[in-house]
Every structure is written in C-alpha cells, then in structure tokens.
Design a protein around this ligand. Structure first.
Ligand code: UGA
Length: 428
C-alpha cells in the first residue's frame, strides 16, 4: 500500500494493519522452522489470524474517539469555547488539527472568539505534524477534541454543552489524486460526515451559522476563465471534486428545508507554513532537498499545468470575513422559520502560476537544483488549470489576497527548515 507508483509519498490508507501483519508473519516464519513444536506454533498462528481479523474494521476509517465526558471534560470544552471579547463568537472548528483549521483556529482565538476544535487525527498524512499543530493551539488554550464528525453522539453532546454561534467546518478528506486509491474515505468524510454534522446543527438550539470548505476543484472541466461562482460545476474531474460539489448541493438542501445559514468557500490550492505534506509544493521541497526526482506535470503539446496558489494568511482572512458576514440561521426546533442565507465564494489568488514555475521558485529558495521528471498529466483527477475570480468575496467582505507565490513560498521554506531542524545555526 505504501509505495504506489504515482504518489510515493502519500501515506497508506487509514486502517494500518498491513505492516504489522507482515511483521508478525515474518516473526512467525522464523519460529515455525523450529522442528519440535509445530502444533504449538500452528495454534499461535491461528490466534494471530483471529486477532488480526478482530482488529480489522470493515469501514475505511473507523471512528476514533477518545474517551470523553464527565465534569472535567465539560469544563475544558466550555472554557475553550468561551467568548473573550465583546460580541465575539463561539466557534466549533472541525478539522482543527488540519492545515487550514489550525490557522483559522489560532486567528479566531487571537481576536477573542471562543474556539473548540474537533479532529479525528487520521493518518492520511504524518500524524506527528497534526499533533504538533495541536500542541501549538493547546499552548494558547485551544482544546482540540479527538473525535470524528461522523460520531453523532459526540457531536450532539458538544452542542448540548456549548451554544456555538458558528461552525467552521474544515474537516474533510482532502487531496485530489488520493481519491483513486481510497474512494470511500471521501464519501465517509465529505458526504456522510457533512450530513451528520448538518443533521445535528439543524436540531441545535440555537442553530449555528455554518461556514465550510468547498474546493476550486468543483469547476472541473470548466474552461471559462477566470472561474466565477456562476460558472458550471457539473463536470467534476475527480471523485474528490464530486464529493465537494455534492457538499454544496447538500448544503443547499439543508438551507432550504431547515433554515440553516450556510456559506461554502471554494479554496484554490492553499499553501504555507504548517501545510499539508501531500501537496505538490511540500512534496517538492522535501524531495528537492533529498536530491530525489520530482514529477512535474504538463499538458498535451508541452502546455503548462497551472494553479491559482493561494497563501494561507489570505485564506484565513477570507474565512474570518465569511464568518463575520454570516447571518443567523432562522430555524428552531428543527423547523425553518424563514429564509436563511446561502452563499458560495471563490477564495483564490487571481494569478495562476505553472507547476514548472513553482519548481523554479523553490529551486531558488532552497538553493538546490531539482531533478525534474517532466511528464504528461496522468489521468488522475487533476485539471489543467485553475484561476479564481474573487469579485464576489471582495464585495461581500473585502477579500483581497496580498501574498504572491514567491513571498508565500519563502515563508513556507523558512518554516519547513525550522520545523524539520534544517536551518543552519548562525555563529554570531
Ligand atoms: O484547489 C483546491 O480545491 C485543491 O487544491 C489542492 O489540490 P491541487 O491543486 O491538486 O494541489 P497540489 O497537490 O499541490 O498540486 C498542485 C499542482 O501540482 C501538480 N503536481 C502534483 C504532484 C506532482 O507530483 N506533480 C505535479 O506536477 C498537480 O497536477 C497540480 O497542478 C488540494 O490538495 C486539494 O485538497 C484542494 O481541494
């Protein structure tokens, strides 16, 4: 599972029994060659198979919920969610140990909003990075609860303990290309999980306003540039995109039936410090520094593949702007009392850069020449280009990205070197 041919750096699927199994198998083989006790070892083998069977869950992502509950736990939940400023919010941030979730949580807390994080800490990518982000937030008093958005009992309990004014829903199975490897994880988090959350929000008293992460990938094969929110989004090129588009339709239905205030944000390839190791800029940095080859995609006839790379701080401003302009939900007792706000916004940078230029910028910053393997874009769900029109978000909450790719990557590289201990110590 680990080293597939495409994305050798993408970690294995959640549900990590394989390596252990082969370990045990080898250990067993060593002992099995012992001539004296074949039946004993046969028995041990059967036991092991049985244990493996018991431990393997039929679902792709088993619910991993720590023990929770009790008065101490409630105190912690309440204290983290407590509003510390005049007219501040109390926000449940799902996916709070994720890349965007961490930055948004920190920004909300910083301005005096109460923040409770929820994250299932799945192993789609390096968990130690998620734990490090958790530690970072914990230092400023933000509690990230370990639990899954599919866990209805837990999420319901949270709404009983705290009257959240807002939900910032960022928990998702991200990544475009990984959807071919683990399709069900996308349905599990992006559809099942979202519906579970909305079901609970619709019955919560009071209903919170919800802002959530959609994706630029919903534009799929759309060729009209720049992408506007009114452009067609019915031609997804990946299952990931299809689940995010489904999320937008599901959001509409919950807004229509239950009066939930819903805002979907179409993020355009967000990058920056504390980013996701499965994304190209991160993966490239790692491999360039290791002297390993990187795959640089191009389209047919040596055309460029480009992205409207958007720096994390700009995205955070967009998220806060969306929260600040979100109107209240209108329903109560699970029933709609009037029309509620329904919005979708692009949050991009408005200046696409080719993957090849991305690599050149990294080469300069890292002072290492990349070993480029230029290849035609495989049919893996990637689209050829993205380019956001952001005028809608600009009008609604003054969204205006200010960081170009060069500047943003510089900050990323500085973080990367610090985090992985690569920075040269200066001798006065
Ligand atoms: O905009 C979005 O909504 C999406 O942005 C990113 O998806 P993507 O644009 O594919 O980001 P990267 O994985 O960083 O890829 C960036 C570019 O590098 C290219 N690439 C990727 C990997 C690789 O080995 N080589 C390569 O040339 C891709 O084709 C793509 O054009 C995120 O990973 C998604 O979770 C998010 O939803």
């Amino acid at each position: 599972m680990k080293s597939s041919h495409h994305d050798h750096n993408i970690p294995s699927t959640p549900g990590k029994f394989k390596p252990e199994k082969s370990n045990l198998y080898h250990r067993f083989r060593l002992h099995y060659s012992h001539p004296t006790k074949p039946t004993f070892w046969g028995f041990v083998f059967l036991c092991l198979i049985f244990i493996i069977f018991l431990n393997s869950s039929p679902s792709d992502q088993p619910l991993k919920t720590q023990s929770w509950g009790g008065s101490e736990w409630e105190k912690r939940v309440k204290s983290s969610s407590k509003i510390r400023s005049k007219s501040g919010f109390s926000v449940l941030v799902t996916g709070a140990a994720g890349f965007v979730g961490t930055h948004v949580s920190a920004a909300l807390h910083h301005r005096g909003d109460g923040v409770l994080g929820l994250d299932n800490f799945n192993d789609y990518y390096d968990i130690t990075l998620k734990r490090a982000r958790q530690d970072l937030l914990q230092k400023s008093g933000i509690y990230i609860l370990e639990g899954d958005i599919n866990d209805a009992v837990l999420v319901k309990k949270l709404f009983e303990v705290v009257h959240f004014t807002h939900v910032m829903h960022l928990a998702a199975q991200a990544g475009v290309r990984y959807a071919m490897k683990n399709p069900k994880s996308y349905v599990h988090s992006n559809i099942d999980g979202f519906v579970n959350l909305l079901e609970i929000c619709k019955s919560a008293e009071p209903q919170p306003a919800i802002v959530w992460a959609s994706s630029s990938s919903v534009y799929g094969l759309n060729t009209k540039v720049p992408f506007s929110e009114t452009d067609r989004t019915d031609q997804p090129a990946s299952l990931y995109a299809a689940t995010k588009k489904s999320g937008e339709e599901i959001a509409h239905a919950y807004n229509h039936i239950y009066g939930l205030s819903l805002t979907g944000l179409r993020f355009f390839t967000v990058y920056g410090p504390w980013g996701r190791p499965d994304m190209a800029y991160f993966l490239f940095t790692k491999n360039i520094l290791k002297g390993k080859a990187i795959r640089v995609y191009e389209s047919g006839d040596h055309g460029t593949v480009s992205r409207d790379f958007t720096y994390i701080d700009d995205i955070v401003k967009g998220c806060l702007g969306a929260l600040d302009t979100a109107e209240k939900s209108t329903g109560s007792s699970g029933k709609k009392k009037g029309d509620a706000q329904f919005r979708v916004f692009n949050l991009g940078n408005t200046s696409p850069v080719s993957v090849s230029d991305l690599v050149s910028i990294l080469e300069k910053l890292l002072k290492v020449k990349a070993k480029r393997r230029v290849m035609k874009l495989p049919r893996n769900g990637d689209v050829q280009f993205t380019h956001a029109n952001i005028s809608l978000a600009q009008r609604a909450f003054g969204y205006k990205p200010t960081t170009d790719l060069q500047t943003g990557l510089k900050k990323f590289v500085r973080w990367y070197e610090g985090y992985y201990g690569l920075r040269k110590k200066s001798h006065h």
